[in-house]
Design a protein around this ligand. Sequence first.
Ligand SMILES: [Cu+2]
Length: 135
Amino acid sequence: MNSLLQASAESSPRSALAALLAGVVIVLIAACSGASALATPVATTHVDLPRSYRFAPEDISIQVGNTVTWTNNDSFTHSVKFDGSDEVQMMKPGESVSRDFPTAGLYSYICTLHPNDMHGTVLVKPVADGETKLN
Ligand SMILES: [Cu+2]
């Protein structure tokens, strides 16, 4: 009886610590794996295409009425094509393309030449009262 009490008194703080550490590890894993999916879009109307094969930043946020410009600073030809649209805007190295966003929503796009590597989103937010437009 006495030894049983001793054993449980000893193991209890250790198991509590082990449970706490396990919890911390789980939280860290969740934070790391979710980081890219939960990344906050960058407030900008300019998307760069640096070397190589990517849109930077991939996820942007703008306001209704803004125009977004993509500039190809890579040494390969790329394009911008939005989901649900047939229009493909091609960009040779050094060229830019633009698109107006008159309606709020989340718009996804790809480069039709490299759809696995190159994709991005434009979050178009309504302009709140008293807020000034970006451009
Ligand atoms: Cu491309």
